[in-house]
Design a protein around this ligand. Structure first.
Ligand SMILES: C[S@@+](CC[C@H](N)C(=O)[O-])C[C@H]1O[C@@H](n2cnc3c(N)ncnc32)[C@H](O)[C@@H]1O
Length: 230
């Protein structure tokens, strides 16, 4: 169940930070800094989430509280035990399975080889991971896609840092994040995420709100579906 030493990004979601994370994200960062309305993220979840869902990079589990149907199967995967415990408690009514793992590494020893989820969310995760977006998103998806059903949906959001007009307040906040090595999206572009999605999904969509790209892909292309790749 465990393939992680704590990564710097996962350490962001510990202790006191977790207590205030929802407020800071939904009242300040999303509406005024990144300029991505909370309603857009909620809508993405409502449209894409299934009753057999894997959430990766759980934070506080905020969006799931409002969008996951009762009786659903829910699996939470995160590199921070504190985030897993916090989100697990907030979502207790769904009796979540919890997996402690670094999603940049293979998940063979974390998830059951027979597992198959109908939906997978990766929201506000890629920009916390060092490296070029096309490479890091590809690596993370390729670790996860063996656990998504051939017709399943993958969705999420990430903050872009390049080839995009950044909202006024986003510029100093991003620069601070780069200096403190908390944010790793300096060269992340819309083209990067489109490349990754188009290579793996039969249908995909991207929508830019402020400096955030909301994305989804559905239906795995040949070679990415478990039945074909195993
Ligand atoms: C910004 S939070 C996102 C929370 C939630 N998805 C949301 O949008 O409200 C990022 C989460 O990703 C986790 N995380 C960061 N790096 C990770 C990694 N390499 N593997 C797994 N989880 C990671 C952090 O511990 C944290 O819980």
């Amino acid at each position: 169940m465990e393939n992680t030493e704590q990564s710097p990004a996962s350490l962001l979601y510990e202790g006191k930070t977790l207590k205030h994370a929802d407020w800071v994200t939904t009242k300040i960062l999303n509406p005024f800094v990144w300029r991505c309305p909370n309603q857009s993220i909620e809508k993405l979840y409502k449209e894409r989430i299934s009753t057999n869902h894997l959430e990766v990079g759980v934070g506080t589990g905020f969006w799931l509280k409002y969008t996951l149907e009762s009786g659903s199967r829910l699996a939470l995967l995160d590199a921070s035990q504190e985030a897993l415990d916090h989100a697990g408690a907030a979502l207790e009514r769904h009796r979540p399975e919890k997996y402690l793992a670094d999603v940049s590494k293979p998940l063979r020893e974390t998830l059951d080889s027979g597992d198959s989820f109908e939906s997978l969310a990766l929201t506000c995760l890629f920009h916390l991971i060092p490296g070029n977006l096309e490479l890091k998103a590809a690596k993370i998806l390729d670790n996860l896609l063996p656990y998504v059903s051939a017709d399943g949906s993958v969705f999420g959001a990430t903050i872009l840092g390049a080839d995009i007009r950044r909202p006024l307040l986003a510029v100093p906040v991003m620069n601070y994040g780069y200096k403190k090595e908390m944010l790793w999206n300096k060269n992340d572009t819309l083209g990067d995420i489109m490349e990754v999605l188009s290579a793996r999904f039969r249908v995909f969509n991207v929508e830019v709100q402020g400096c955030v790209v909301l994305f989804w892909g559905k239906g795995l292309k040949e070679g990415y579906s478990r039945s074909l790749s195993q």
